[in-house]
Design a binder for this molecule. Structure first.
Ligand code: ZN
Ligand code: ZN
Ligand code: FE
Length: 756
């Protein structure tokens, strides 16, 4: 009568369960609990049939929830009792393509420690740099379609050798159904091109590369999601040459340290920073420097964009290098997308670098390195790409078949699938033609991989954004969402908020309802709409977009506003740096209102202060002036300048205070501290005022300005002390890279309302 106790479950597991060793894991725990049945990968999740005795089935269910593979993420497990089929043994069935629903695609995973060990012992993988297993290796970057199987990846062209095949088919092997499985005999190979010679012998290529780096040469190196440019991060001359090779790109370079010990000798990191730096996602983490690499790496900033090795080749290289770190910066030239194609890389980079290291596995989904920072012990995304994308953001509303096209400068788009918002990888500045092509191709790729045919497109209100034009040309129903509303809604979506909140939306530029350029906004936001109780006073922005590259223009604009032409006799040193003729032209433009759009932007106020203090009159890269201003802050300084909180917030006292300090030679670092404290006090005063006039207790802080660690740390703590609940973007960036999520949720909410 043993059969009476014999039960059969049909179990469906949804979440990130493909490409992370989930089926072998199921197999192992099924065997452990003496269960019969099968497991099948389908595009809507993993289906399990498990038959056995009740206590064993319960044990299996427990293990399923607690012991799942590191990179997997179970969102739901549903089980139902079905008629037992008296199956013998446990089997892994092939993938089948069942429905329109899909399960998640895994982001790329850094090489695991077991594989690193295999590289020393496994005969067919000694020093093999494309080693991987079910727990590690490339994923999103090589996936062309779902369900995740080798023939739907860029590994399909490599025919597995018999040894790899036997591992792939052996349920007890760590490479069981590891789709990119490969070895020395059958997998991808590196190729080095140096001085017109091609080298293909793996045994000598990496030592050769190490020698070149030691000698101060610059190399293009193909990574997981694209090409990178590398050199010795301690070699002043090499880093200087690298900067020239990248068309004098002014941004700080990211650095890969050989290991955690070296990283810690160059940077001060806390526990949270350490855990994200060493996580399998391996992002670049902005940390505080304590020792200098070559000066051109950080271009005067006190932070380092630090990361650890994540590909086998990185480890091999460092084992031969006698240096603590290499520069590893995106292989792109002036705002173009990171290169992924071998031929293109040859064409565009070979004239700029001394050698090029590529390999013969294609990259399907271009993915830059991710950048994060830790503020008040939480990870904040600055650029969400490799290691994070395409993990969906779970939202409270039905967002199915909505495509949000994002902003323009730091674009990411987002597609809705059920209640999942799937954010794209970092795309970049759409004004660049190549980047725009990357954008439109990626939208197509996402539609294919995730099986979404949009019926609604959402975009910004800015008429000139290419993402707006893309939406309007789609021929589909189009919904437009104000930029700063989208910033706040993006954070609301992350935390599942659907109520009125106080939104503080500070950034550089966003098109306003009144056609002015907004960016210093206090809003009362719901998901569907918002009001704007107060904002920074409007100020002319001479030359429009040109002002973002030349902060001195905003300085002139602010000074003229409060001092009239008398500011010219104030003896401000920065004025000597600007040609008198140029200043006159700007004054003329302001007076005659020629190409002087009005702006309430916070970013432009920071620009003005950076210029008035002569810290940054011309900027070499996006948001340089505010970043430099933050980086010089004198710590432990509480004083601040005045401001006038009213419907149109006036910074007259602030500007007068800064000018007085500059004239009396107060150190810039002190001026910067006072200015930042002013902004913190202003936010606190405005939010307290709005909270006092309402019953709202939830505050959302978003927009690029909230990447300012000094401000974010302090304002969050101050508002919390006041009993307010503070929400800050965590999963997606606070900058325009997070806009698409906000657009998506606003559109979903508006559609929901219009249906009722
Ligand atoms: Zn592995
Ligand atoms: Zn093989
Ligand atoms: Fe913005």
């Amino acid at each position: 009568m043993a059969l009476l106790k014999h039960l059969s479950y049909r179990i469906q597991v949804k979440g990130l369960v493909q490409g992370v060793g989930f089926r072998p894991f199921i197999y192992r725990i099924a065997r452990k609990h003496k269960l019969n049945g099968w497991v099948e990968n389908r595009n809507d999740g993993v289906i399990i049939r498990a038959e056995g005795e009740f206590p064993d089935l319960e044990g299996f269910m427990r293990d399923l929830e607690t012991d799942a593979p590191l990179a997997s993420r179970i969102l739901s497990v549903t089980r139902s009792l079905v008629e037992p089929e008296l199956i013998q043994g446990f089997e892994i069935l092939g993938s089948s393509d069942i429905s329109e629903e899909i399960t998640e695609v895994s982001p790329d995973i850094a090489v695991c420690s077991d594989c690193l060990e295999d590289m020393e012992h496994q005969e067919h993988r000694i020093d093999y740099p494309f080693i991987n297993c079910t727990n590690c290796g490339p994923r999103f970057t090589i996936i062309e379609d779902l369900p995740y199987d080798r023939n739907r990846t860029t590994m399909s062209v490599f025919k597995m050798c018999s040894v790899c095949e036997s591992e792939y088919k052996n349920i007890l092997d760590r490479r069981f159904h590891a789709q990119p499985v490969a070895c020395l005999n059958c997998g991808p190979q590196y190729r080095l091109i140096h001085n017109g010679e091609e080298y293909a012998d793996l045994g000598t290529i990496i030592p050769h590369v190490a020698r070149l780096i030691h000698d101060g040469e610059i190399l293009a190196i193909k990574g997981l999601g694209g090409f990178f440019i590398a050199c010795d991060a301690t070699n002043e001359e090499a880093v200087r040459r690298l900067r020239i090779a990248k068309d004098r790109d002014g941004k700080p370079f990211a650095v890969m340290f050989s290991d955690l010990t070296q990283l810690k000798s160059y940077a001060i990191i806390n526990k949270t920073e350490e855990s994200v730096i060493t996580s399998w996602r391996r992002p670049i983490v902005l940390v505080q420097a304590k020792k200098h690499l070559a000066p051109d790496v950080s271009v005067g900033f006190k932070t380092i964009g630090a990361m650890l090795p994540y590909m086998p080749a990185h480890y091999m290289l460092f084992s031969l290098l006698d240096i603590p770190a290499i520069v590893l910066t995106s292989g792109n030239i002036s705002e173009q997308p990171i290169l992924i194609d071998n031929e293109k890389a040859m064409e565009k980079l070979s004239g700029r670098v001394d050698a090029l290291l590529d390999y013969d596995r294609n990259i399907y989904n271009r993915t830059d390195d991710s950048v994060v920072m830790v503020v008040n012990d939480r990870v904040r995304k600055i650029r969400r790409s490799r290691g994070y994308v395409p993990t969906p953001i779970r939202v409270r509303h039905e967002v199915d078949r909505i495509l949000a096209t994002g902003a323009e400068l730091v674009n990411c788009f987002c597609i809705g699938k059920g209640r999942q918002a799937i954010m794209s990888q970092h795309i970049g500045d759409l004004k660049n033609l190549e980047t725009y092509r990357f954008y439109t191709e990626s939208i197509k790729q996402f539609m294919k991989i995730f099986r979404v045919e949009p019926h609604t497109v959402v975009c910004d209100m800015h008429p000139d954004y290419l993402s707006t034009k893309y939406a309007l040309e789609s021929g589909l129903e189009t919904i437009r969402v104000q930029h700063h509303h989208a910033h706040i809604a993006s954070c609301m979506a992350e935390y599942g908020l659907d109520e009125k909140v106080i939104g503080v939306s500070f950034d550089g530029i966003g098109y306003g309802d009144d056609q002015n350029i907004w960016g210093g906004e206090f809003l009362i936001c719901g998901l569907a709409d918002y009001t704007r109780p107060c904002h920074f006073e409007y100020i002319p922005m001479p030359g429009g977009d040109k002002a973002t590259e030349e902060p001195w223009r905003m300085a002139i604009s602010y000074l003229y506003r409060f001092f009239g032409e008398e500011f010219l006799s104030l003896n401000l040193p920065f004025i000597q740096k600007i040609r008198g003729h140029d200043i006159q032209l700007i004054l003329e433009a302001i007076r005659k209102k020629i190409n002087c759009p009005l702006t309430s932007s916070a970013g432009r106020l920071f620009d003005a202060i950076a210029a008035i203090t002569s810290l940054c009159t011309h900027s070499d890269f996006h948001a340089e002036a505010p970043m430099r201003l933050e980086s010089i802050i004198e710590q432990g300084y509480d004083e601040e300048y005045g401001f006038r909180l009213q419907e149109k917030i006036s910074f007259e006292e602030t500007i007068r205070g800064v000018v007085a300090d500059v004239v009396s030679n107060v150190p810039r670092s002190v001026i910067s501290a006072r200015f930042h404290n002013t902004i913190i006090s202003l936010i606190f005063a405005a939010v307290s005022d709005l909270a006092g006039k309402s019953t709202i207790r939830k505050v959302v802080l978003s927009g690029g300005t909230f990447q300012n660690k000094y401000i974010l740390e302090r304002i969050e703590n101050r508002l919390k002390k006041e009993g307010l609940e503070v929400f800050i973007p965590h999963q997606v960036p606070a900058n325009d890279g997070g806009i698409a999520l906000g657009q998506l949720i606003v559109a979903a909410k508006r559609k929901e309302i219009s249906c009722v």
